[in-house]
Design a protein around this ligand. Structure first.
Ligand code: ASP
Length: 417
């Protein structure tokens, strides 16, 4: 499975390289019907925009299915009361903090400054008429969920999915059939994601060719800067936020945790999947003295709903895309990015590449051009390796803290490991 993914990632990277060369070559061609109408305005446009359309196509079903399924699945743990409350609070609070740090870093370090892609904007992205906060909040509540889906209004879809998931859980036995259907739909949507990703190499090739043709190489320098800002955000989150929380709540040496987590990190790095890393993260928790009753709950839940690394990538990416498209981000847009990235984190399945798809939802809800994903997607494997490592680290830190607070941590074992 991971082998297949790796080779797809390689193909995407090759597509990216070919696209860069193609963009240069297209620049050298004399202007005329062949270059302008057939190549750039025809073939390249069809492949590039077709790929973006396919990505957009999956967003609504993906968000609805994975979010409502995550919520109704979570209900199994309801009886765990206190533990689930602590765990969910930890997951949501740290994700909100992660995307806030990322957004601030993006605004301060400006990775997109110096690159101007505003001429490439397709579609309507009018941010001039920002609304009062109360109207913005009211618009989150759907009056008609079907209309919300048809229009791709993601915040409204999220609200409806949350209601739906909770209700499925609350009706108990009768809801079982819906849980199974949502489970199957979820798998089905993830299959579509896999299929769409198979055309990613040529999609990425066309999109980057168009960018290099229109703007030149500075676009790639900016993406490298963006990846650097994402890395800084992840380092701060791992070594300041997570390590700080671990120290403050347990008083235990962080060093021991990091030593044990380094083994898990090699797996998160190579698989880019929170789900696939579960067996090793469980083993690490065992070695650190966390009781099975705690980690068997906190880790699978975390792999489903806790994606701080993904939120960091999405926060920086949103600000980056706004900058390269010459858009000033209003407070409402920033709040919208933070809110949607937290919800997207719940809706992102712990599998490779999913965070890039839910980025489309974060961008759309903030009124930013989804086309901006084209700049980043060719480098997603690198971003995915980093963000999955942070995602799983959050799950593990939470497990230790919750276990300690419940007196389910063998502190001797932790110290001597
Ligand atoms: N690969 C990530 C994970 O499994 C999800 C993502 O694509 O952001 O945690």
């Amino acid at each position: 499975m991971s082998k297949k993914k790796l080779s797809l990632a390689t193909y995407i990277f090759i597509g990216l390289l070919i696209g860069i060369v193609l963009g240069f070559l297209m620049k050298q061609l004399p202007s005329g019907t062949f270059r302008d109408t057939i190549l750039v305005g025809g073939i390249i446009k069809f492949i590039g925009n077709g790929f973006i359309n396919l990505i957009k196509m999956i967003v609504v079903p993906l968000v609805f299915c994975s979010l409502s399924y995550a919520v109704c699945d979570m209900s199994d743990f309801k009886k765990l009361g206190r533990i689930s409350f602590k765990t969910i609070t930890f997951y949501l609070a740290t994700t909100a903090l992660a995307v806030t740090i990322a957004t601030i870093l993006g605004l301060v370090l400006k990775p997109g400054a110096g690159l101007d892609l505003s001429q490439l904007i397709q579609g309507d992205y009018d941010i001039s008429n920002s609304k009062p906060i109360v109207d913005m909040l009211l618009e989150i509540l759907p009056t008609n969920p079907i209309k919300a889906m048809a229009e791709g209004n993601l915040l409204q879809i999220i609200v409806f999915a949350l209601f739906f998931g909770v209700s499925v859980a609350l009706i108990g036995e009768k809801g079982k059939i819906l849980v199974n259907i949502l489970d199957a739909l979820n798998e089905c949507v993830l299959k579509i994601v896999t299929m769409v990703m198979y055309v990613a190499p040529i999609g990425v090739c066309a999109l980057i060719a168009n960018t290099v043709y229109s703007v030149g190489l500075e676009s790639l320098v900016s993406v490298a800067k963006m990846i650097g800002v994402v890395a800084i955000g992840m380092l701060i989150h791992s070594f300041v936020v997570y390590s700080g929380l671990l120290k403050v709540f347990t008083g235990l040496p962080v060093r021991k945790f990091l030593k044990e987590y380094s083994t898990v990190a090699t797996v998160t790095f190579t698989t880019s999947s929170s789900n696939a890393s579960l067996p090793v993260s469980m083993e690490a928790m065992e070695k650190l003295g966390v009781d099975k009753s705690v980690y068997s709950f906190t880790l699978p839940l975390g792999a489903t709903i806790n994606m701080d690394g993904t939120a960091i990538m999405q926060g920086v990416a949103a600000v980056f895309i706004a900058q390269v498209y010459g858009m000033d981000m209003s407070i409402q847009m920033i709040l919208s990015v933070i809110l949607t990235a937290v919800l997207a984190s719940i809706g992102t399945a712990g599998a490779p590449g999913v965070g890039m798809i839910t980025l489309a939802m974060v961008l759309e809800s903030a009124g930013l051009p989804v086309d901006g994903i084209a700049l980043i997607i060719g480098f997603d494997r690198i971003l995915d390796m980093m963000r999955t490592t942070v995602n799983v680290m959050g799950d593990c830190v939470c497990s230790v803290i919750v276990a300690d607070s419940e007196k389910e941590l063998d502190r001797e074992k932790y110290i001597n490991c």
